[in-house]
Design a protein around this ligand. Structure first.
Ligand SMILES: *[C@@H]1O[C@H](CO)[C@@H](O)[C@H](O)[C@H]1NC(C)=O
Ligand SMILES: *[C@@H]1O[C@H](CO)[C@@H](O)[C@H](O)[C@H]1NC(C)=O
Ligand SMILES: *[C@@H]1O[C@H](CO)[C@@H](O)[C@H](O)[C@H]1NC(C)=O
Ligand SMILES: *[C@@H]1O[C@H](CO)[C@@H](O)[C@H](O)[C@H]1NC(C)=O
Length: 459
């Protein structure tokens, strides 16, 4: 019986691991959601700004702005969000439209809301919509998520009718054992990703390189006019006759999309050759020097200099580029097997924008801050490695957001079991010794009576 209870507790905890919003009350809302999705949770798309607290679950009451402030485009003047004891967090639901989503979330943040739910203006697969930074994203540090029109409508109506709506949202990445896969989708002219990469080596190193499988990947677009031409003429912004292109970064300036794609190919080749030699650090070193010195020139000479400086042989990179160029070995005109492979991977990845950080094949949403990304990586381990805790994972969780991690729970349960077994053993030992004592007493009594009888008989 006790065992059964313990297991049902465990099961309840593991069911919590989901990326949806779970509805706790009211009953009527729960019922209509179950009818719609066959489960008690609604699908969401977490915004690509703000700061999703990876590894945490927040539960709380949903607030609705007064009529006239439903869009949240102006600061909320008449809405108090207070957190009664029974709720851990406050959610605010607003409608999409009229102004940037980041602005709505910023206004909510100003009145102390912990998480914003944005009701979309249409239904359909919510994962096809991404709330991206459309304005003031850098000032936003609370998470937000998009839900469908119908789900939003249902929640809003419940609140209008006077019900208290309580929901829970867990921010976790898809979990894996032993290794977490960390991928980047990037382009070498994007400063955001270059700045991030400069710090990434240290971030991964904090978790431990043996636990994180890292790969940099590059995104290019295809020139469709060139495709109609069978890629037979050279194009300014492309390699391979228009198969792989990048936007011209400086308009009339000296740089072309072609120089960017060529640099991407060098970087990918550097990654592949250094990875094959087991020296991950080389690529990161190159990237931070590239950011400092070559970002305005994108020339082969600049790249070559750095590669030699970090102890690699440029011949290896050159060979990689030549080997991957097919046909007549003309990089400008002929197809390239590495770039083709990157395109195939991008198509299958399901990632909808770049630059993007992908953890266990799931796009990371949130600020590109080392600490936040570290938390996201740590939350993707089925069993969180000690190195995560050593680097502050989970340490800044507010106390009122009561969370028990799976490991802690198992430890508590194990402790509880041990105690139980001890108690049982002790009880049995005691019972046995009491029984022995009782038997001894009865035997003694019997013997005494026997002797007493004997005494009577002999006297
Ligand atoms: C503020 O909100 C309350 C209800 O929450 C409403 O009765 C009141 O009229 C509002 N005041 C203004 C100035 O909008
Ligand atoms: C492109 O190639 C296809 C088949 O390989 C051919 O049918 C077509 O005519 C070519 N188009 C041009 C513009 O060369
Ligand atoms: C590659 O092809 C282009 C276009 O046909 C040509 O201009 C260029 O000289 C060629 N490059 C080499 C190295 O042959
Ligand atoms: C991610 O996707 C790749 C390719 O589809 C697959 O091999 C890999 O197992 C996936 N990883 C996880 C953690 O789901």
């Amino acid at each position: 019986m006790v065992l059964f209870r313990v297991f049902s507790l465990l099961i309840t905890f593991s069911v919590f691991i989901s990326a949806d919003i779970t509805i706790y009350r009211p009953r009527t809302l729960k019922d209509s959601i179950v009818q719609r999705y066959d489960k008690n949770s609604i699908p969401i798309s977490i915004a690509n700004f703000g700061n999703p607290p990876y590894g945490r679950k927040i539960i709380g009451k949903v607030y609705l702005p007064n009529e006239g402030e439903r869009l949240g485009c102006l600061p909320f003047t008449n809405l108090t969000v207070h957190q009664p004891e029974e709720f851990q967090a406050s959610f605010l639901i607003v409608e999409i439209g009229r102004c940037p989503n980041t602005l709505k979330v910023k206004h909510a943040q100003e009145i102390g809301v912990n998480c914003v739910i944005i009701a979309n203006s249409m239904d359909g697969d919510i994962n096809e919509h991404v709330l991206s930074d459309d304005g003031v994203g850098t000032d936003v540090n609370i998470p937000s998520a998009l839900i469908t029109k119908s789900d939003g409508h249902d929640i809003i109506n419940e609140i209008i009718s006077g019900e208290i709506v309580e929901i829970g949202l867990e921010f976790s990445m898809r979990k894996s054992y032993l290794h977490v896969e960390l991928g980047l989708w990037m382009s070498s002219d994007n400063l955001k990703i270059l700045d991030f990469v400069s710090e990434l080596y240290d971030t991964i190193n904090e978790v431990d390189f043996s636990l994180v499988t890292f790969s940099p990947n590059y995104v290019h677009w295809r020139c469709s006019v060139c495709a109609d031409n069978n890629f037979t003429s050279p194009v300014d912004n492309c390699l391979s006759g228009g198969r792989y292109c990048a936007a011209d970064p400086d308009g009339l300036g000296p740089l072309t999309g072609k120089s960017i794609v060529a640099e991407d190919l060098r970087q990918k080749c550097l990654w592949m050759t250094s990875e094959a030699k087991g020296s991950h650090k080389v690529w990161f070193k190159y990237m931070s020097l590239f950011r400092k010195r070559c970002i305005s020139s994108f020339t082969e000479e600049c790249s070559k200099k750095i590669i030699n400086e970090i102890g690699m042989d440029y011949k290896d990179i050159d060979k990689c580029i030549k080997d991957s160029t097919e046909g007549g070995k003309n990089v400008t005109m002929d197809d390239n097997s590495i770039l083709r492979q990157e395109r195939r991977k991008w198509k299958h990845s399901g990632v909808q924008f770049y630059p993007a950080i992908v953890i266990n094949n799931q796009t990371y949403m949130g600020n590109w801050d080392s600490k936040d990304v570290l938390d996201a990586i740590c939350s993707a381990f089925e069993e969180t490695p000690q190195s995560c805790f050593d680097n502050g994972y989970g340490s800044d969780w507010p106390e009122n957001q009561y969370m028990v991690s799976m490991t802690t729970l198992i430890m508590i349960l194990l402790g509880f079991f041990c105690l139980l077994i001890f108690a049982l053993l002790y009880y049995r030992l005691r019972a046995r010794s009491q029984m022995k004592q009782e038997m001894r007493r009865q035997i003694n009594q019997a013997v005494t009576q026997y002797f007493a009888l004997q005494d009577i008989n002999t006297s």
